[in-house]
Design a protein around this ligand. Structure first.
Ligand SMILES: Cc1cc2nc3c(=O)[nH]c(=O)nc-3n(C[C@H](O)[C@H](O)[C@H](O)COP(=O)(O)OP(=O)(O)OC[C@H]3O[C@@H](n4cnc5c(N)ncnc54)[C@H](O)[C@@H]3O)c2cc1C
Length: 354
């Protein structure tokens, strides 16, 4: 039986690499023939870097920007803490290209098609259909009919991304840092990428858009008016900068069960709040663990329960940090605690890793 992996992001490619390395060459399906620069991601922790090195992908060789400092910025105040170990800033384009290439190099067969539905051992694509008793669902943020995640009620988080072009002064501001700018109702993470540009990735409550008059540009303007450090970074954005968005991120959701034969990976297994957590680490860890469990003859439902258990602590801790940080007073407390006891920030970083 040939396993099918749906989605060649970090979760799917990692599963395909590990399956193929052990002689079970899977079919790896993705909707995009050319790797796109996915909106979310950009910062890799030391743990993720280790996981990548283990499959022969070196962040440094890909030109990743080394990061050793976390800066928490709320309004006019800033607190910094050393990372427990150096991490990296790397574009999703560079990362996903390397992972996809490695999966194919190890023997996975890449097929390009957009899946319309996944159910009962059948992946129905636009061009063709695949059948298998082992389907690894790694479509990330995108739900596929037949296996959708529950929708978040209330005021969901939106993901937004803007790229700041490379500039000497921007490089000097951000060198060696991952910056988290905390706002009421969300945050922006800013980190340099391999080409010297900076990725500004934000998760903000949807209601903030309405408050700002409906559009992302008006919202950025409003946030910049209230946050001078953020305004300084955003001054490097061209007036017509492209703003990418992703709707309703179900932060905190974990798959505690699955259908027989359906192995849920990455964001389809657990969605860690990105302020403190690291979705790509969960994605790669789930791909690696699912491949090992499948090859050991385990069933999908046992894997899913075990992985839910493993993800519970990092996801729960990251959810708590996100809930505290998105209130104005909570953000100030986090800044104060980081300044007073930097080891607390390091402990939170360690607790939110898988
Ligand atoms: C605002 C924000 C910031 C973030 N920042 C970070 C960060 O700095 N570091 C970090 O580690 N994580 C971050 N994350 C989380 C991270 O982006 C995700 O957890 C991670 O991308 C999940 O990987 P994945 O492989 O599960 O899915 P994805 O990366 O979404 O990959 C899914 C793949 O499936 C393919 N696909 C989707 N639907 C179909 C279909 N129907 N048919 C065929 N192919 C399909 C896509 O083309 C894609 O290649 C952030 C998330 C948000 C919302």
């Amino acid at each position: 039986m040939t396993p099918i992996v749906l989605g060649a992001g970090p979760a799917g490619s990692m599963a395909a690499i590990h399956l193929a390395r052990r002689g079970t060459a899977p079919i790896l399906i993705d909707r995009d023939a050319a790797v796109v620069d996915a909106l979310c991601g950009g910062f890799l922790s030391w743990k993720t870097a280790e996981r990548l090195r283990a499959v022969g992908i070196g962040p440094v060789q890909l030109g990743a920007h080394p990061v050793d400092t976390l800066a928490l910025i709320a309004g006019r105040s800033e607190a910094t803490a050393d990372l427990p170990s150096p991490g990296f800033g790397l574009s999703r384009h560079a990362l996903d290209t390397a992972l996809r290439r490695r999966a194919v190099g190890e023997g996975a067969k890449l097929e390009i098609d957009r899946a319309r539905s996944v159910a009962h051992g059948v992946v129905e694509g636009e061009a063709r259909e695949w059948r298998s008793d082992a389907i690894f669902l790694a479509s990330g943020k995108h739900d596929v009919r037949g296996s959708t995640r529950p929708r978040e009620d209330g005021d969901p988080a939106l993901g937004l991304r803007i790229r700041l072009p490379a500039h000497e002064r921007l490089r000097a501001l951000l060198k060696g840092r991952i910056e988290l700018h905390l706002f009421r109702g969300g945050y922006a993470g800013i980190v340099l990428q391999e080409d010297g540009s900076a990725n500004v990735c934000m998760a903000l409550r949807k209601s903030l858009l309405a408050e700002a008059g409906g559009g992302p540009r008006a919202l950025f303007g409003r946030l910049a008016d209230a946050n001078p450090h953020f305004a300084e970074r955003m001054s490097f954005a061209p007036d017509d900068a492209q703003i990418d968005t992703v709707g309703s991120v179900p932060y905190g959701w974990i798959a505690h069960d699955t259908d027989p034969g359906l192995w849920r990976l990455g964001d389809q297994a657990a969605v860690i709040p990105s302020l403190a957590g690291e979705g790509m680490a969960i994605a790669m860890a789930s791909g690696e663990a699912a491949a090992a469990a499948f090859l050991a003859g385990e069933d999908a439902r046992t894997f899913q329960r075990d992985f839910a258990h493993r993800a519970a602590r990092p996801v729960g801790t990251a959810k708590l940090v996100w809930r505290v940080a998105e209130t104005g007073p909570g953000a100030r407390v986090l800044g104060w605690a980081t300044r007073a006891v930097p080891s607390l920030a390091r402990a939170a970083m360690a607790l939110t890793r898988i």
